[in-house]
Write a protein that binds this ligand. Sequence first.
Ligand SMILES: Cc1cc2nc3c(=O)[nH]c(=O)nc-3n(C[C@H](O)[C@H](O)[C@H](O)COP(=O)(O)O)c2cc1C
Length: 328
Amino acid sequence: MEPSPHRLCVAPMLDWTDRHCRYFHRLIAPRTRLYSEMVTTGALLRGDAARHLAHDAAERPVALQLGGSEPAELARCARLAEEAGFDEVNLNCGCPSDRVQKGRFGACLMAEPGLVGDCVAAMQAAVRVPVTVKCRIGIDDAPEPDCLLRFLEAIEAAGCRTVIVHARKAWLQGLSPKENREIPPLRHELVRAVAASFPGLRIVLNGGLREPAQVAAVLAWAEGVMIGRRVYEDPWSLRAFETVAFGPPPSLEREAVIEAMVAYATARAAEGVPLKAIARHMLGLFNGLPGARLWRRRLAEGMHRHDAGPSLLREAAASIDGRLAAAA
Ligand SMILES: Cc1cc2nc3c(=O)[nH]c(=O)nc-3n(C[C@H](O)[C@H](O)[C@H](O)COP(=O)(O)O)c2cc1C
């Protein structure tokens, strides 16, 4: 049987999972599903849509995450995403930031399951690719697990088949988005209990997954896992997560990834993309190995120079060769 398309996903992360980051992650993890940063309907419909939708076919399978709450606008944006080649459109119902709340979307939509149902139905009617939702387990003092139950009932009735649940509440007052990813307690077991009541919904668990063994345990009951910060900080960890999710990936050296990124950065440089826009996602590539700090420093210092070119990646790698060899 084919593994679920959502068995292993890298989370949407604003300012982090841009197209360059996704290209880099794809080189390391050929079987993982990747998500864009959140793009608002306003930015797509009234801003530079081409820039927001730009990506490389090599990133696929890749989902575009939308932020919005107006069904007709979301439907138009879903169509734009499908036409641009995205494999899935995801609706953000988990972001707690003030800016997002003012726009009446993100996590505050968990209090409006009917509206979210209308959004999902309008989007799904506009595209053939799957429309999925990413949510929290609840907001503020909404009773548990009723808030999540009502929400999942509404999106399932609207035709959604896959939902990603970040297993903590969002507290909409008084916490920064960062604190909202750390302070509300993780409740994996609540998601597991709720999943059992929705056999028709494929539930992907997100939040606090850092170790392969944890991921293996979750995959025993969930459709898939979505991992965010751990992968960004230590991109090579994707190899261990792929091993757990799908079996060992083909052998690969970091040097091969760096060479591929030199080629990628060279192609982007011709389009005016500065090296730092790409290299900043690669700072954690050697995490856990001797030389990790030197690599990070070489890259971080070098990429800000006005004449920084793609060969910096190669030079920074060469500078830590001795340390890697000594440890081997
Ligand atoms: C820098 C950063 C930006 C994020 N931006 C988004 C976003 O645009 N959309 C979204 O749904 N979640 C966003 N998140 C939340 C992640 O998708 C994920 O739900 C959260 O980090 C918990 O997963 P983790 O513990 O594996 O990191 C962001 C997280 C971080 C760290």
